[in-house]
Design a protein around this ligand. Structure first.
Ligand SMILES: [Zn+2]
Length: 87
């Protein structure tokens, strides 16, 4: 890379690595449901590497939502990731 961009970095809540924002998916939990970040409220980031690891992710989602249905969280997350990759 010839040019050096100043990238804002954010911390992935799963692996706690600081990563440029484009490498992360910003999510939040509203009423016990995982959603893409809506612009308001508490949110968290997950990096692409962690998003590949269901077992790690599920623990994070359960913690962020303070419980809930594991399968529901995972299905919702997969939907969000798919939408993310389409755009
Ligand atoms: Zn991560």
């Amino acid at each position: 890379m010839a040019k050096k961009f100043h990238q804002p970095t954010r911390m992935c809540v799963s692996c706690r690595q600081r990563t440029p924002q484009f490498h992360l998916t910003r999510l939040q939990c509203i009423d016990g449901e995982i959603t893409p970040f809506s612009g308001v409220g508490r949110s968290f980031y997950l990096c692409r590497d962690c998003l590949e690891e269901d077992k790690k992710i599920i623990r994070v989602l359960m913690r962020q939502c303070r419980g809930g249905d594991k399968d529901k969280h995972m299905n919702k997350l997969k939907e969000i990731i798919t939408d993310d990759r389409k755009s």
